[in-house]
Write a protein that binds this ligand. Structure first.
Ligand code: C2E
Ligand code: MG
Ligand code: MG
Ligand code: MG
Length: 286
């Protein structure tokens, strides 16, 4: 509903609508060129071990440095890339480059550092998906037991035996699977037994309201105890305040991620934040 129903109000509204349609159209056009011109950049966000506050690993998060619109969030362009299937190129390139970047950190004296990469359902559903991941590990020399792939609940919604088989092939290769944005998708939890999942990432919408709403504390507490019962690792996203961190630690949450420990940054920024990365094994938030 438009609040201001006067003439000016509706003209403004239409102009805005038109602007966002034009922008989406422009982004669609620009996406192919962006990949060829290296306008995509991988940022890394620290994943921190809750107990020790040592660096557990990093999550690769793609950014688009658009020549006209500046740095774009994946939330804006991933849906477009999924529609025109360029997401396949984006996800392949991100997986390969992130493996190379983190392999370099392993070689520089930090073996065992974990890498988490987001994958679109469009990518996972392709017939060549498992072979492609295997080939990427081979080409990059990245150790499979350091790689975690993040998928969303939607992919697991229907009982697709081909998806179960694919995910089992991946875990046989030694890598692990996480459910991203856990708690925002579907109410059925039966898929947790059907699929070889090792990690649940609690969506930041629950974490962010921890200090305001008792309901969210109950939901987070229930997710953590369920995960413990199923022997799943639990990662909390969007941790911004010490109070949230302390609460999650008291629940027994394994790993945390959020602005409290660092926003996603370029590999250079990550190394600046965690200078220990190239020599010693531990790091702490500033
Ligand atoms: P995600 O995988 O759930 O990633 C976490 C998002 O939360 C990131 O947004 C991150 O910047 C943000 N975040 C982390 N800590 C905090 C915090 O403390 N406070 C707040 N407010 N936000 C925080 P980002 O980077 O914009 O990415 C959005 C989504 O785009 C990701 O959500 C992921 O689903 C998708 N994505 C990112 N990179 C890729 C990619 O290479 N391939 C695919 N298929 N999807 C990607
Ligand atoms: Mg993710
Ligand atoms: Mg997430
Ligand atoms: Mg999320």
């Amino acid at each position: 509903r438009i609040k201001n129903s006067g003439k000016n109000g509706s003209i403004l509204f239409n102009a805005e609508m038109n602007g966002s349609v034009n922008r989406r159209h422009a982004l669609e056009q620009d996406l192919r060129r962006a990949l060829q011109n290296n306008e995509m950049e991988i940022c890394y966000q620290p994943l921190v071990n809750t107990e020790s506050t040592a660096l557990h690993g990093v999550e690769a998060l793609i950014r688009w440095n658009h020549p006209r619109y500046g740095r774009l969030s994946p939330a804006e362009f991933i849906p477009i890339a999924e529609d025109n299937r360029l997401i396949i190129d984006i996800d392949r390139q991100t997986l390969r480059d992130a493996c190379l970047h983190v392999k370099a950190l392993h070689d520089a004296g930090h073996p065992g550092l974990k890498l988490s990469v987001n994958l679109s359902p469009v990518m996972v559903e392709r017939d060549d998906f498992v072979d492609h991941v295997a080939a990427t590990l081979e080409i990059t020399g990245f150790p499979s037991d350091c790689l975690q792939l993040e998928i969303t609940e939607g992919l697991l919604l229907n009982d697709r035996s081909d998806i179960v088989e694919k995910l089992e092939s991946l875990t046989r290769m030694g890598l692990s699977l996480a459910i991203d944005d856990f708690g925002t998708g579907f109410s059925s939890l039966s898929y947790l037994q059907k699929f070889p999942i090792s990690t649940l990432k609690i969506d930041r919408s629950f974490v962010q309201k921890l200090h305001q709403k008792n309901d969210d504390a109950c939901i987070v507490g229930a997710i953590v105890s369920m995960a413990q019962g199923l022997r799943l690792q639990i990662v909390a996203e969007g941790v911004e305040h010490v109070s949230q961190f302390n609460y999650l630690r008291s629940l027994g949450c394994d790993v945390v991620q959020g602005y409290l420990f660092g926003a996603p940054g370029t590999m250079e920024e990550l190394l600046g934040r965690y200078p220990g990365l190239v020599s010693s094994g531990t790091a702490a938030p500033e």
